[in-house]
Ligand binder design. Structure first.
Ligand SMILES: [Zn+2]
Length: 89
């Protein structure tokens, strides 16, 4: 478990260097906009999962090892993003 946490943190921080931001929920709550409008993490509605860049939020406690993107699916087959939440673009 510790290995995953360290790996997730590393990918998260490297993604920041490439211009990825956290998520629209967190940014809007702080009155901020992301460097790239689409470059944000996502919360997988209907699940308790969030992508690597999304901040912890009630109901989405489980961080998965994926960046958001249309057509990007996790191991359960859940799509991790769309055009507006697209860290892989
Ligand atoms: Zn961060």
């Amino acid at each position: 478990m510790q290995h995953y946490a360290t790996t997730f943190l590393f990918i998260h921080e490297v993604s920041h260097i490439f211009g990825c931001a956290h998520d629209l929920h967190q940014l809007r709550g702080r009155g901020k906009t992301p460097p790239y409008p689409w470059g944000v993490g996502s919360f997988l509605e209907g699940t308790n999962k969030r992508t690597l860049m999304a901040y912890r939020r009630e109901g989405f406690e489980r961080k998965i090892g994926y960046l958001s993107g249309p057509g990007v699916r996790d191991q359960a087959g859940d799509e991790t993003g769309g055009e507006e939440e697209n860290n892989v673009r």
